[in-house]
Design a protein around this ligand. Structure first.
Ligand code: SF4
Length: 498
């Protein structure tokens, strides 16, 4: 079930200000103070919305002790949630990627991840929220970066993603699925949180506030690519107990700058000093996120540099364990990464890198679960609203046909499959489209696939049955290639017309 939050459908007149989300804690507090309400009244409002689930209802609020006149005014000024889920895609790994439309009309993706503890068998949820629509940082492996920055989210828009995820979890509970409470919120969705720090700090306050989500700051993690040492220090002073995750990805400045263009704005030394300051202010070190890309940053010398970086952080901060915890994330395929020839390392290479770090005394874990959302493009680095910009689509098609921007041949069937999957197209659609455009005979000629021959009286259903058989992967690839060739020709024709 996709929850549709109580979104304001109120007629707006020219002078009526737009409704405010009640999840904007600062705005709600300011409004209550201006209208002579006490903190206990706002507590009653949140109890009504959160615990009793009655939303913003004037009679419920006045029963809860809010003066009747003000209750009506408050319900007219605020909405319970200005965003809604417009699509929910389940991944085979148990996660869900939500396409969320904000009150402003901008769209972002939020990922709901279900974990089961091996020790207890108990399940819990983590919500990965977006802090921006798109992102300006353009990290080399990240699909979100290809969108550019489209909008900064307000604090309420960030918090509303958690609210919507909570509604989904509650809906699961209602249909008898095993209850799995919301345990963690991570700012690892779309956007660089420190590029929208004021809103992020306000959202963190709302998420940990007793009247709202009451999450402990240690259940909240802000992830940054580390483009600004000042912003890391501001986060440390504004929300010291919140966990910090740094996307390091390389422990040498040249390689880091290659992977993360924004590394040019903050050298590794400067970043290291900011991390040490953060560790001293927060009393615990940052988690270091390290995306492992085959042959790029998973070599022995990369592990040596990473171990040295971790040890230096522990010594500089004077806190045992600071900077020594590393999350290793096998690269999740993305279009920009594929254009650079990035590939996921083999499991043995990941294990070897991990073992080398452990042997060097670094506390590290491989996040195999980070791949859980790959089938919905919901894994780390893959969030891009499903419908990429035309330039990205064209790049994908070029790549799929076996050439990159320099015309070098790439030519792997696996890469074609990857591009096709990233386009989000279904096999049934492709077959039906090709059949309608060419007919079975031409399709059989063009691909050499026998199941399309008119003599066998094919139907889309019988063709799909044949193509889906694992031993007929070669046939699928030929169909993909033909479909992509036609798509490229159409894209090129459209490009010329423009
Ligand atoms: S990895 Fe993060 S900072 Fe880099 S482009 Fe993607 S969303 Fe932006």
């Amino acid at each position: 079930m996709v929850p549709h939050a109580a979104r304001a459908e109120r007629p707006l007149t020219a002078d009526a200000p737009p409704p405010i989300s009640i999840l904007d804690l600062d705005a709600a507090e300011a409004w209550c103070t201006a209208h002579g309400l006490q903190p206990m009244h706002l507590r009653a409002v949140y109890r009504s919305v959160f615990r009793d689930g009655v939303g913003l209802d004037p009679s419920a609020l006045s029963r809860a002790g809010v003066p009747a006149r003000v209750a009506a005014e408050l319900c007219a000024r605020f909405v319970a949630c200005g965003s809604r889920v417009v699509e929910s895609r389940e991944s085979a790994g148990g996660g869900r990627k939500l396409l969320v439309e904000l009150g402003s009309g901008a769209r972002v993706e939020t990922v709901l991840i279900r974990h089961e503890r091996a020790s207890t068998g108990r399940a819990r949820h983590t919500v990965c929220v977006s802090s921006q629509a798109g992102c300006s940082r353009r990290c080399s492996f990240c699909a979100t970066g290809t969108m550019g920055l489209q909008a900064q989210l307000s604090a309420a828009e960030i918090v509303e993603q958690v609210w919507l995820a909570r509604e989904l979890i509650a809906a699961d509970d209602a249909v008898g699925a095993e209850a799995a409470p919301l345990r963690n919120v991570v700012f690892m969705g779309m956007g660089e949180p420190l590029d929208n720090l004021d809103a992020v700090l306000r959202a963190l306050r709302a998420l940990s506030h007793m009247n709202l989500f009451a999450l402990s700051p240690r259940q909240l993690t802000v992830s940054t690519v580390g483009a600004s040492a000042d912003a890391i220090r501001r986060l440390a002073s504004g929300a010291p107990a919140v966990r910090l995750a740094l996307s390091l990805h390389a422990a040498s400045q040249p390689l880091r700058a290659e992977l993360l263009p924004s590394a040019a704005e903050c050298s590794l030394d400067e970043l290291a000093r900011a991390l040490d300051d953060h560790a001293r202010a927060s009393g615990c070190g940052a988690m270091l996120e390290y995306l492992l890309i085959a042959g790029v940053n998973d070599r022995r010398e990369d592990a040596v540099a990473l171990a040295a970086f971790c040890h230096a952080r522990r010594e500089a901060s004077g806190i045992d364990g600071a900077g020594a915890f590393v999350n290793l994330i096998p690269y999740n395929p993305t279009a920009p990464g594929a254009l650079r020839g990035f590939a996921t390392p083999a499991d043995e290479a990941v294990r070897a890198f991990h073992a080398q770090l452990r042997a060097a005394g670094v506390n590290a874990l491989v996040r195999w679960t980070s791949a859980a959302g790959r089938d919905t493009d919901g894994a780390c680095g893959q969030l891009a609203l499903g419908t990429p910009a035309p330039s990205v689509r064209r790049a994908r098609v070029r790549m799929a046909l076996g050439g990159d921007d320099d015309g070098r041949a790439l030519g792997a069937g696996a890469r074609r499959s990857e591009a096709w999957r990233m386009e989000g197209v279904k096999l049934a659609t492709v077959v039906a489209e090709l059949q309608a455009a060419l007919g079975w005979a031409a399709l059989a000629d063009a691909t050499g696939v026998r199941c399309f021959e008119p003599v066998a009286r094919p139907t889309v259903k019988s063709a799909l049955k044949f193509l889906r058989a694992s031993e007929h992967r070669w046939a699928r690839e030929r169909v993909e290639a033909l479909w992509l060739q036609r798509k490229l020709a159409a894209e090129a024709a459209r490009g010329q017309a423009e």
